[in-house]
Design a protein around this ligand. Structure first.
Ligand SMILES: Cc1cc2nc3c(=O)[nH]c(=O)nc-3n(C[C@H](O)[C@H](O)[C@H](O)COP(=O)(O)OP(=O)(O)OC[C@H]3O[C@@H](n4cnc5c(N)ncnc54)[C@H](O)[C@@H]3O)c2cc1C
Length: 483
Protein backbone atom coordinates (compact mmCIF):
# COMPACT_ATOMS: atom_id res chain seq x y z
CA UNK A 1 0.00 0.00 0.00
CA UNK A 2 1.22 3.51 -0.78
CA UNK A 3 1.96 5.94 2.02
CA UNK A 4 0.59 9.49 2.27
CA UNK A 5 0.67 12.40 4.69
CA UNK A 6 -2.74 13.96 5.32
CA UNK A 7 -3.36 17.65 5.98
CA UNK A 8 -6.71 17.97 7.72
CA UNK A 9 -8.28 21.36 6.90
CA UNK A 10 -10.96 22.76 9.19
CA UNK A 11 -11.21 26.52 9.89
CA UNK A 12 -7.97 27.26 8.05
CA UNK A 13 -8.93 27.26 4.37
CA UNK A 14 -5.75 28.74 2.87
CA UNK A 15 -2.28 27.69 1.75
CA UNK A 16 -0.32 30.72 3.05
CA UNK A 17 0.86 30.88 6.66
CA UNK A 18 -0.18 27.24 7.03
CA UNK A 19 2.44 25.43 9.05
CA UNK A 20 0.78 21.98 8.91
CA UNK A 21 0.74 22.10 5.10
CA UNK A 22 4.34 23.27 4.92
CA UNK A 23 5.44 20.59 7.39
CA UNK A 24 3.61 17.85 5.51
CA UNK A 25 5.07 18.88 2.16
CA UNK A 26 8.59 18.83 3.55
CA UNK A 27 8.09 15.50 5.38
CA UNK A 28 8.79 13.57 2.19
CA UNK A 29 5.67 11.48 1.49
CA UNK A 30 3.08 12.51 -1.10
CA UNK A 31 0.51 14.82 0.52
CA UNK A 32 -3.27 14.58 0.42
CA UNK A 33 -5.44 17.40 1.78
CA UNK A 34 -8.75 16.53 3.37
CA UNK A 35 -11.86 18.53 4.30
CA UNK A 36 -14.76 16.80 5.96
CA UNK A 37 -18.32 18.10 6.06
CA UNK A 38 -19.51 16.73 9.38
CA UNK A 39 -23.30 16.16 9.21
CA UNK A 40 -23.46 17.35 12.84
CA UNK A 41 -22.48 20.87 11.70
CA UNK A 42 -25.48 20.91 9.39
CA UNK A 43 -27.98 19.58 11.90
CA UNK A 44 -30.49 21.51 14.01
CA UNK A 45 -29.25 23.02 17.24
CA UNK A 46 -31.33 22.48 20.35
CA UNK A 47 -33.12 25.81 19.77
CA UNK A 48 -34.62 24.66 16.49
CA UNK A 49 -32.35 26.20 13.90
CA UNK A 50 -29.54 24.82 11.83
CA UNK A 51 -25.98 25.11 13.19
CA UNK A 52 -24.45 26.24 9.89
CA UNK A 53 -26.93 28.31 7.93
CA UNK A 54 -26.98 28.98 4.19
CA UNK A 55 -24.70 32.04 4.16
CA UNK A 56 -21.76 30.34 5.86
CA UNK A 57 -22.41 27.09 4.00
CA UNK A 58 -22.07 28.95 0.71
CA UNK A 59 -18.96 30.80 1.91
CA UNK A 60 -17.33 27.50 2.90
CA UNK A 61 -18.14 25.95 -0.48
CA UNK A 62 -16.55 28.89 -2.28
CA UNK A 63 -13.54 28.77 0.02
CA UNK A 64 -13.08 25.08 -0.78
CA UNK A 65 -13.31 25.63 -4.54
CA UNK A 66 -10.54 28.21 -4.21
CA UNK A 67 -8.50 26.02 -1.86
CA UNK A 68 -8.75 23.10 -4.28
CA UNK A 69 -7.34 25.25 -7.09
CA UNK A 70 -4.52 26.62 -4.91
CA UNK A 71 -3.58 23.18 -3.59
CA UNK A 72 -3.59 21.72 -7.12
CA UNK A 73 -0.86 24.21 -8.02
CA UNK A 74 1.20 22.68 -5.22
CA UNK A 75 0.53 19.15 -6.45
CA UNK A 76 -1.77 18.40 -3.51
CA UNK A 77 -5.25 16.95 -4.23
CA UNK A 78 -8.09 18.04 -1.93
CA UNK A 79 -10.41 15.22 -0.91
CA UNK A 80 -13.91 16.18 0.19
CA UNK A 81 -15.97 13.86 2.35
CA UNK A 82 -19.45 14.25 3.82
CA UNK A 83 -19.62 11.95 6.83
CA UNK A 84 -18.56 11.51 10.42
CA UNK A 85 -14.84 12.46 10.43
CA UNK A 86 -13.89 9.26 12.24
CA UNK A 87 -15.46 7.18 9.45
CA UNK A 88 -13.82 9.28 6.75
CA UNK A 89 -10.38 8.66 8.26
CA UNK A 90 -11.09 4.96 8.89
CA UNK A 91 -12.11 4.51 5.27
CA UNK A 92 -8.90 6.14 4.09
CA UNK A 93 -6.74 4.08 6.37
CA UNK A 94 -8.08 0.97 4.56
CA UNK A 95 -7.03 2.37 1.17
CA UNK A 96 -3.53 3.60 1.99
CA UNK A 97 -1.03 3.93 4.79
CA UNK A 98 -1.30 7.23 6.67
CA UNK A 99 2.17 8.42 7.57
CA UNK A 100 0.86 11.25 9.74
CA UNK A 101 -1.98 13.74 10.11
CA UNK A 102 -1.06 17.44 10.04
CA UNK A 103 -3.53 19.98 11.38
CA UNK A 104 -4.09 23.28 13.12
CA UNK A 105 -5.18 23.28 16.74
CA UNK A 106 -8.85 24.02 17.50
CA UNK A 107 -9.73 25.04 21.03
CA UNK A 108 -13.49 24.46 21.06
CA UNK A 109 -14.67 21.33 22.82
CA UNK A 110 -16.71 20.00 19.89
CA UNK A 111 -13.74 20.09 17.52
CA UNK A 112 -11.51 18.59 20.19
CA UNK A 113 -13.91 15.75 20.83
CA UNK A 114 -14.15 14.99 17.12
CA UNK A 115 -10.36 15.01 16.85
CA UNK A 116 -10.15 12.69 19.86
CA UNK A 117 -12.43 10.16 18.16
CA UNK A 118 -10.36 10.32 14.97
CA UNK A 119 -7.13 9.77 16.90
CA UNK A 120 -8.67 6.79 18.66
CA UNK A 121 -9.66 5.28 15.32
CA UNK A 122 -6.09 5.58 14.02
CA UNK A 123 -3.88 4.08 16.73
CA UNK A 124 -0.19 4.49 16.01
CA UNK A 125 -0.67 7.31 13.49
CA UNK A 126 1.15 10.46 14.64
CA UNK A 127 -0.77 13.77 14.75
CA UNK A 128 1.25 16.94 14.22
CA UNK A 129 -0.67 19.91 15.63
CA UNK A 130 0.33 23.54 15.10
CA UNK A 131 -1.13 26.76 16.38
CA UNK A 132 -2.24 29.05 13.56
CA UNK A 133 -5.40 31.08 14.11
CA UNK A 134 -4.02 34.10 15.94
CA UNK A 135 -1.41 36.82 15.88
CA UNK A 136 0.34 35.34 18.90
CA UNK A 137 0.84 31.64 19.57
CA UNK A 138 0.30 30.79 23.26
CA UNK A 139 4.01 30.01 23.76
CA UNK A 140 4.94 33.60 22.79
CA UNK A 141 2.69 35.23 25.39
CA UNK A 142 4.10 36.82 28.53
CA UNK A 143 1.64 34.79 30.68
CA UNK A 144 0.31 31.25 30.82
CA UNK A 145 -3.21 30.32 29.70
CA UNK A 146 -4.37 30.31 33.34
CA UNK A 147 -3.07 33.82 33.87
CA UNK A 148 -4.70 35.45 30.82
CA UNK A 149 -5.78 38.86 32.24
CA UNK A 150 -9.48 39.18 32.93
CA UNK A 151 -9.84 42.53 31.16
CA UNK A 152 -8.90 43.32 27.58
CA UNK A 153 -7.08 46.46 28.58
CA UNK A 154 -4.70 44.58 30.93
CA UNK A 155 -4.17 41.98 28.23
CA UNK A 156 -3.33 44.60 25.59
CA UNK A 157 -0.90 46.41 27.89
CA UNK A 158 0.95 43.19 28.71
CA UNK A 159 1.21 42.29 25.02
CA UNK A 160 2.46 45.73 24.06
CA UNK A 161 4.96 45.81 26.92
CA UNK A 162 6.28 42.53 25.58
CA UNK A 163 6.97 44.06 22.16
CA UNK A 164 3.57 43.54 20.54
CA UNK A 165 5.07 41.98 17.40
CA UNK A 166 3.70 38.62 16.24
CA UNK A 167 5.83 36.02 14.45
CA UNK A 168 6.16 36.39 10.68
CA UNK A 169 3.60 34.73 8.42
CA UNK A 170 5.05 31.83 6.46
CA UNK A 171 4.84 31.70 2.67
CA UNK A 172 2.99 28.86 0.89
CA UNK A 173 5.20 25.79 0.47
CA UNK A 174 7.06 25.05 -2.75
CA UNK A 175 5.18 22.76 -5.13
CA UNK A 176 5.54 19.13 -4.08
CA UNK A 177 5.72 16.11 -6.41
CA UNK A 178 2.12 15.67 -7.51
CA UNK A 179 0.43 13.08 -5.33
CA UNK A 180 -1.33 10.48 -7.51
CA UNK A 181 -4.43 9.20 -5.75
CA UNK A 182 -4.71 5.45 -5.21
CA UNK A 183 -6.97 3.89 -7.86
CA UNK A 184 -10.37 3.71 -6.23
CA UNK A 185 -10.08 6.97 -4.32
CA UNK A 186 -12.20 9.83 -5.60
CA UNK A 187 -11.55 13.47 -4.82
CA UNK A 188 -15.19 14.03 -3.97
CA UNK A 189 -17.53 16.85 -5.02
CA UNK A 190 -17.94 19.93 -2.88
CA UNK A 191 -21.59 19.58 -1.80
CA UNK A 192 -23.96 22.39 -2.67
CA UNK A 193 -26.60 23.76 -0.33
CA UNK A 194 -29.19 21.22 -1.49
CA UNK A 195 -26.84 18.32 -0.72
CA UNK A 196 -26.43 19.82 2.76
CA UNK A 197 -30.18 19.82 3.25
CA UNK A 198 -30.77 23.52 2.65
CA UNK A 199 -33.34 24.93 0.31
CA UNK A 200 -31.54 27.94 -1.05
CA UNK A 201 -30.63 29.01 -4.50
CA UNK A 202 -27.00 29.80 -5.07
CA UNK A 203 -27.20 33.57 -5.06
CA UNK A 204 -24.68 36.30 -5.60
CA UNK A 205 -23.02 36.47 -2.19
CA UNK A 206 -22.16 39.66 -0.39
CA UNK A 207 -18.76 38.22 0.45
CA UNK A 208 -17.21 35.69 -1.87
CA UNK A 209 -15.35 32.95 0.02
CA UNK A 210 -11.73 31.94 -0.55
CA UNK A 211 -8.19 33.08 -0.05
CA UNK A 212 -8.03 34.73 -3.47
CA UNK A 213 -11.02 36.95 -2.62
CA UNK A 214 -9.54 37.58 0.84
CA UNK A 215 -6.26 38.87 -0.56
CA UNK A 216 -8.15 41.02 -3.03
CA UNK A 217 -10.19 42.58 -0.21
CA UNK A 218 -7.03 43.16 1.83
CA UNK A 219 -5.38 44.98 -1.08
CA UNK A 220 -8.49 46.96 -1.98
CA UNK A 221 -9.31 48.10 1.52
CA UNK A 222 -5.82 49.09 2.62
CA UNK A 223 -4.13 50.21 -0.60
CA UNK A 224 -6.41 50.69 -3.62
CA UNK A 225 -9.21 52.45 -1.72
CA UNK A 226 -6.90 53.78 0.98
CA UNK A 227 -9.46 53.15 3.73
CA UNK A 228 -7.10 52.12 6.52
CA UNK A 229 -6.10 55.77 6.81
CA UNK A 230 -9.59 56.67 8.12
CA UNK A 231 -10.61 53.39 9.75
CA UNK A 232 -10.97 54.92 13.22
CA UNK A 233 -13.45 57.52 11.96
CA UNK A 234 -15.53 55.19 9.78
CA UNK A 235 -15.49 51.86 11.64
CA UNK A 236 -18.77 52.49 13.47
CA UNK A 237 -20.68 53.03 10.25
CA UNK A 238 -23.29 50.37 9.59
CA UNK A 239 -24.26 50.81 5.96
CA UNK A 240 -21.29 51.10 3.65
CA UNK A 241 -18.99 48.33 2.46
CA UNK A 242 -15.83 50.26 3.33
CA UNK A 243 -16.92 51.59 6.71
CA UNK A 244 -14.86 48.78 8.22
CA UNK A 245 -12.45 46.23 6.79
CA UNK A 246 -14.87 43.30 6.30
CA UNK A 247 -11.92 40.97 6.90
CA UNK A 248 -13.92 38.94 9.43
CA UNK A 249 -15.42 36.29 7.08
CA UNK A 250 -11.92 35.60 5.76
CA UNK A 251 -10.31 35.52 9.19
CA UNK A 252 -13.04 33.35 10.71
CA UNK A 253 -12.86 30.73 7.97
CA UNK A 254 -9.10 30.92 7.80
CA UNK A 255 -8.94 32.28 4.23
CA UNK A 256 -6.66 34.95 5.62
CA UNK A 257 -4.04 34.73 8.33
CA UNK A 258 -4.20 37.59 10.88
CA UNK A 259 -0.42 37.82 10.61
CA UNK A 260 -0.73 38.71 6.94
CA UNK A 261 -3.13 41.50 7.90
CA UNK A 262 -0.65 42.66 10.54
CA UNK A 263 2.16 42.70 7.98
CA UNK A 264 0.11 44.75 5.54
CA UNK A 265 -0.67 47.28 8.30
CA UNK A 266 3.07 47.51 8.96
CA UNK A 267 3.78 47.94 5.26
CA UNK A 268 1.19 50.71 5.02
CA UNK A 269 2.61 52.47 8.08
CA UNK A 270 6.13 52.34 6.70
CA UNK A 271 5.27 53.49 3.19
CA UNK A 272 2.22 55.73 3.62
CA UNK A 273 0.88 56.84 7.00
CA UNK A 274 1.04 55.74 10.58
CA UNK A 275 -1.85 57.17 12.56
CA UNK A 276 -4.56 56.31 15.10
CA UNK A 277 -6.50 54.39 12.46
CA UNK A 278 -3.64 52.07 11.55
CA UNK A 279 -3.13 51.34 15.25
CA UNK A 280 -6.86 50.80 15.72
CA UNK A 281 -7.04 47.95 13.21
CA UNK A 282 -4.19 46.18 15.03
CA UNK A 283 -6.07 46.87 18.28
CA UNK A 284 -9.16 45.10 16.89
CA UNK A 285 -7.08 42.10 15.86
CA UNK A 286 -5.91 41.99 19.47
CA UNK A 287 -9.57 41.76 20.58
CA UNK A 288 -9.87 38.71 18.38
CA UNK A 289 -6.80 37.12 19.96
CA UNK A 290 -8.14 38.05 23.38
CA UNK A 291 -11.47 36.26 22.95
CA UNK A 292 -9.62 33.17 21.71
CA UNK A 293 -7.49 33.24 24.85
CA UNK A 294 -10.50 33.75 27.12
CA UNK A 295 -11.96 30.65 25.49
CA UNK A 296 -8.70 28.78 26.02
CA UNK A 297 -8.70 29.79 29.69
CA UNK A 298 -12.36 29.19 30.55
CA UNK A 299 -13.14 26.31 28.16
CA UNK A 300 -16.78 25.15 28.39
CA UNK A 301 -17.74 28.01 30.74
CA UNK A 302 -17.96 30.17 27.64
CA UNK A 303 -21.28 28.44 26.95
CA UNK A 304 -22.73 28.45 30.49
CA UNK A 305 -25.99 30.28 31.08
CA UNK A 306 -24.34 31.93 34.10
CA UNK A 307 -21.26 32.82 32.05
CA UNK A 308 -17.79 33.44 33.41
CA UNK A 309 -18.88 35.34 36.49
CA UNK A 310 -21.52 32.82 37.64
CA UNK A 311 -24.39 35.37 37.70
CA UNK A 312 -27.81 33.72 38.12
CA UNK A 313 -29.89 36.05 35.96
CA UNK A 314 -33.54 34.92 35.66
CA UNK A 315 -33.49 35.00 31.84
CA UNK A 316 -36.98 34.79 30.39
CA UNK A 317 -38.57 32.48 27.84
CA UNK A 318 -40.79 34.18 25.28
CA UNK A 319 -41.12 32.54 21.87
CA UNK A 320 -42.98 35.52 20.38
CA UNK A 321 -40.26 37.97 21.38
CA UNK A 322 -37.55 35.61 20.14
CA UNK A 323 -39.26 35.26 16.77
CA UNK A 324 -39.81 39.03 16.46
CA UNK A 325 -36.11 39.62 17.17
CA UNK A 326 -34.95 37.00 14.66
CA UNK A 327 -37.32 38.31 11.97
CA UNK A 328 -36.53 41.99 12.57
CA UNK A 329 -40.04 42.89 13.73
CA UNK A 330 -39.55 44.31 17.23
CA UNK A 331 -40.78 47.83 16.48
CA UNK A 332 -37.29 49.27 17.12
CA UNK A 333 -35.85 50.26 13.72
CA UNK A 334 -32.15 49.79 14.54
CA UNK A 335 -32.73 46.28 15.85
CA UNK A 336 -35.04 45.41 12.98
CA UNK A 337 -32.77 46.75 10.24
CA UNK A 338 -29.77 44.89 11.64
CA UNK A 339 -31.62 41.61 12.16
CA UNK A 340 -32.98 41.69 8.61
CA UNK A 341 -29.51 42.44 7.27
CA UNK A 342 -28.18 39.42 9.16
CA UNK A 343 -30.87 37.11 7.81
CA UNK A 344 -30.47 38.32 4.25
CA UNK A 345 -26.67 38.56 4.04
CA UNK A 346 -25.07 36.75 6.99
CA UNK A 347 -23.33 39.95 8.11
CA UNK A 348 -23.91 42.82 10.51
CA UNK A 349 -21.53 45.59 11.64
CA UNK A 350 -19.97 45.52 15.08
CA UNK A 351 -22.04 48.53 16.23
CA UNK A 352 -25.25 46.82 15.16
CA UNK A 353 -24.21 43.50 16.77
CA UNK A 354 -23.68 45.26 20.09
CA UNK A 355 -27.10 46.86 19.88
CA UNK A 356 -29.12 43.81 18.92
CA UNK A 357 -27.34 41.68 21.54
CA UNK A 358 -27.94 44.33 24.19
CA UNK A 359 -31.61 44.61 23.20
CA UNK A 360 -31.95 40.81 23.34
CA UNK A 361 -30.50 40.53 26.84
CA UNK A 362 -31.16 43.91 28.52
CA UNK A 363 -34.59 44.74 27.06
CA UNK A 364 -36.15 41.43 26.12
CA UNK A 365 -34.28 39.68 28.95
CA UNK A 366 -33.95 36.47 26.92
CA UNK A 367 -31.32 33.78 27.55
CA UNK A 368 -28.20 35.11 25.84
CA UNK A 369 -27.21 31.63 24.61
CA UNK A 370 -30.19 31.52 22.25
CA UNK A 371 -29.21 34.85 20.70
CA UNK A 372 -25.64 33.62 20.33
CA UNK A 373 -26.87 30.40 18.72
CA UNK A 374 -28.93 32.39 16.17
CA UNK A 375 -25.79 34.37 15.32
CA UNK A 376 -23.87 31.08 15.04
CA UNK A 377 -26.42 29.84 12.55
CA UNK A 378 -26.59 33.00 10.45
CA UNK A 379 -23.17 34.67 10.51
CA UNK A 380 -20.87 34.24 7.54
CA UNK A 381 -17.97 35.17 9.86
CA UNK A 382 -18.99 32.96 12.79
CA UNK A 383 -16.05 32.29 15.04
CA UNK A 384 -16.86 30.37 18.18
CA UNK A 385 -14.61 32.36 20.57
CA UNK A 386 -15.44 35.81 19.17
CA UNK A 387 -19.15 35.10 19.01
CA UNK A 388 -19.69 33.56 22.43
CA UNK A 389 -17.08 35.85 24.02
CA UNK A 390 -18.77 39.00 22.71
CA UNK A 391 -22.22 37.73 23.66
CA UNK A 392 -21.08 36.98 27.22
CA UNK A 393 -19.59 40.44 27.41
CA UNK A 394 -22.74 42.23 26.17
CA UNK A 395 -25.03 40.01 28.25
CA UNK A 396 -23.10 41.10 31.33
CA UNK A 397 -21.95 37.62 32.33
CA UNK A 398 -18.48 37.78 30.82
CA UNK A 399 -15.41 39.78 31.65
CA UNK A 400 -16.74 43.33 31.54
CA UNK A 401 -15.65 45.45 34.50
CA UNK A 402 -18.96 47.41 34.43
CA UNK A 403 -21.77 45.62 36.29
CA UNK A 404 -24.76 46.69 34.14
CA UNK A 405 -24.27 48.09 30.68
CA UNK A 406 -27.11 48.53 28.21
CA UNK A 407 -27.35 50.24 24.85
CA UNK A 408 -30.25 52.60 24.22
CA UNK A 409 -31.13 51.41 20.72
CA UNK A 410 -33.05 54.60 19.84
CA UNK A 411 -30.21 56.89 20.86
CA UNK A 412 -27.60 54.67 19.17
CA UNK A 413 -29.50 54.90 15.88
CA UNK A 414 -29.52 58.69 16.13
CA UNK A 415 -25.82 58.81 17.01
CA UNK A 416 -24.53 56.35 14.41
CA UNK A 417 -27.10 56.73 11.60
CA UNK A 418 -28.11 60.39 12.04
CA UNK A 419 -29.93 60.62 8.70
CA UNK A 420 -31.58 57.22 9.06
CA UNK A 421 -30.07 55.89 5.80
CA UNK A 422 -29.17 52.48 7.24
CA UNK A 423 -32.67 52.09 8.69
CA UNK A 424 -34.40 53.01 5.45
CA UNK A 425 -32.14 50.68 3.43
CA UNK A 426 -33.20 47.58 5.37
CA UNK A 427 -36.75 48.63 6.29
CA UNK A 428 -38.49 49.44 3.02
CA UNK A 429 -41.83 50.02 4.77
CA UNK A 430 -40.27 52.99 6.60
CA UNK A 431 -38.62 54.57 3.55
CA UNK A 432 -40.89 57.60 3.51
CA UNK A 433 -40.31 58.48 7.16
CA UNK A 434 -38.20 61.57 7.77
CA UNK A 435 -36.06 62.25 10.82
CA UNK A 436 -37.09 62.11 13.67
CA UNK A 437 -39.95 59.64 13.01
CA UNK A 438 -37.58 57.12 11.43
CA UNK A 439 -36.04 56.64 14.90
CA UNK A 440 -39.36 56.34 16.79
CA UNK A 441 -42.06 55.19 14.39
CA UNK A 442 -44.01 53.73 17.32
CA UNK A 443 -44.70 57.25 18.59
CA UNK A 444 -46.36 58.44 15.40
CA UNK A 445 -49.97 59.55 15.75
CA UNK A 446 -52.75 58.94 13.21
CA UNK A 447 -51.81 62.07 11.26
CA UNK A 448 -48.17 61.08 10.72
CA UNK A 449 -49.11 57.48 9.95
CA UNK A 450 -51.46 58.71 7.24
CA UNK A 451 -49.01 61.30 5.97
CA UNK A 452 -46.15 58.79 5.52
CA UNK A 453 -48.26 55.80 4.55
CA UNK A 454 -47.25 53.57 7.47
CA UNK A 455 -49.99 52.00 9.53
CA UNK A 456 -48.60 50.84 12.86
CA UNK A 457 -49.54 47.29 13.75
CA UNK A 458 -50.11 46.59 10.02
CA UNK A 459 -47.11 47.78 7.99
CA UNK A 460 -44.69 48.02 10.89
CA UNK A 461 -45.10 46.66 14.45
CA UNK A 462 -45.65 48.64 17.61
CA UNK A 463 -42.63 48.29 19.95
CA UNK A 464 -42.85 44.86 21.59
CA UNK A 465 -41.54 46.16 24.94
CA UNK A 466 -41.17 49.54 26.58
CA UNK A 467 -37.53 50.52 26.13
CA UNK A 468 -36.97 52.14 29.53
CA UNK A 469 -39.28 49.97 31.61
CA UNK A 470 -37.71 46.77 30.30
CA UNK A 471 -34.20 48.08 30.90
CA UNK A 472 -35.05 49.06 34.48
CA UNK A 473 -36.45 45.61 35.12
CA UNK A 474 -33.27 43.93 33.87
CA UNK A 475 -31.06 46.29 35.84
CA UNK A 476 -32.94 45.26 38.96
CA UNK A 477 -32.48 41.57 38.08
CA UNK A 478 -28.73 42.15 37.75
CA UNK A 479 -28.58 43.98 41.08
CA UNK A 480 -30.46 41.15 42.81
CA UNK A 481 -28.18 38.52 41.23
CA UNK A 482 -25.03 40.41 42.26
CA UNK A 483 -26.00 40.64 45.96
C1 LIG B 1 -22.60 39.95 19.82
C2 LIG B 1 -21.38 39.93 18.92
C3 LIG B 1 -21.06 38.77 18.22
C4 LIG B 1 -19.91 38.73 17.41
N1 LIG B 1 -19.61 37.58 16.73
C5 LIG B 1 -18.48 37.52 15.96
C6 LIG B 1 -18.13 36.34 15.27
O1 LIG B 1 -18.81 35.29 15.36
N2 LIG B 1 -17.02 36.37 14.48
C7 LIG B 1 -16.23 37.49 14.37
O2 LIG B 1 -15.23 37.47 13.64
N3 LIG B 1 -16.53 38.61 15.05
C8 LIG B 1 -17.63 38.67 15.84
N4 LIG B 1 -17.93 39.83 16.50
C9 LIG B 1 -16.97 40.95 16.47
C10 LIG B 1 -17.20 42.01 15.39
O3 LIG B 1 -18.53 42.43 15.40
C11 LIG B 1 -16.83 41.54 13.99
O4 LIG B 1 -15.55 40.96 13.99
C12 LIG B 1 -16.80 42.74 13.02
O5 LIG B 1 -18.05 43.37 13.00
C13 LIG B 1 -16.42 42.27 11.65
O6 LIG B 1 -16.41 43.31 10.73
P1 LIG B 1 -15.05 43.84 10.12
O7 LIG B 1 -14.21 42.71 9.67
O8 LIG B 1 -15.38 44.87 9.14
O9 LIG B 1 -14.39 44.47 11.43
P2 LIG B 1 -13.25 45.56 11.60
O10 LIG B 1 -13.79 46.63 12.45
O11 LIG B 1 -12.66 45.94 10.32
O12 LIG B 1 -12.18 44.78 12.50
C14 LIG B 1 -11.08 44.04 11.95
C15 LIG B 1 -11.05 42.65 12.51
O13 LIG B 1 -10.83 42.67 13.92
C16 LIG B 1 -11.55 41.62 14.54
N5 LIG B 1 -12.51 42.18 15.49
C17 LIG B 1 -13.03 43.43 15.49
N6 LIG B 1 -13.84 43.59 16.55
C18 LIG B 1 -13.83 42.43 17.23
C19 LIG B 1 -14.45 41.98 18.42
N7 LIG B 1 -15.28 42.76 19.14
N8 LIG B 1 -14.24 40.71 18.81
C20 LIG B 1 -13.43 39.90 18.12
N9 LIG B 1 -12.79 40.28 17.00
C21 LIG B 1 -12.99 41.53 16.56
C22 LIG B 1 -12.28 40.87 13.44
O14 LIG B 1 -11.52 39.76 13.05
C23 LIG B 1 -12.35 41.90 12.32
O15 LIG B 1 -12.42 41.33 11.05
C24 LIG B 1 -19.09 39.88 17.32
C25 LIG B 1 -19.42 41.04 18.03
C26 LIG B 1 -20.55 41.06 18.81
C27 LIG B 1 -20.89 42.33 19.55
Amino acid sequence: MSTYSIVWFRNDLRVHDHKPLTRAVTAGHPVIALYIFDPYDYSDLSYGFIKTGPHRAQFIQESLEDLRRNLAELGVPLLIRYKDPKDAFLEMSCDFTIDGVYLHEEIASEEQQTEGRVRKALPGVPFYVDHGHNLFPPEDLPFSTWDVPDTFSQFRKRIEKNGGTPPKAIAPPQAAVKAELPNKIEEGKIPDAAALGMEIERKKPRYHGGSTAAKQRLRDYIFTKDRLRVYKETRNGMLLEDDSSKFSPYLANGNLSPRVVYEQIQHYEKNYTKNKSTYMLYFELLWRDYFHLVHRKYGGRLFYRTGLNGLEIPWKTNQEHLQAWMDGRTGYPLVDAAMRELKQTGFMSNRARQNVASFFTKNLGLDWRIGAAWFESQLVDYDVSSNYGNWLYIAGVGNDAVSFRAFNVEKQAQDYDPDGDYLRYWLPELRELPVPWIFKPGEMGMIEQEQYGVQLGEDYPFPIVDLYESMREMKKAFEEASK
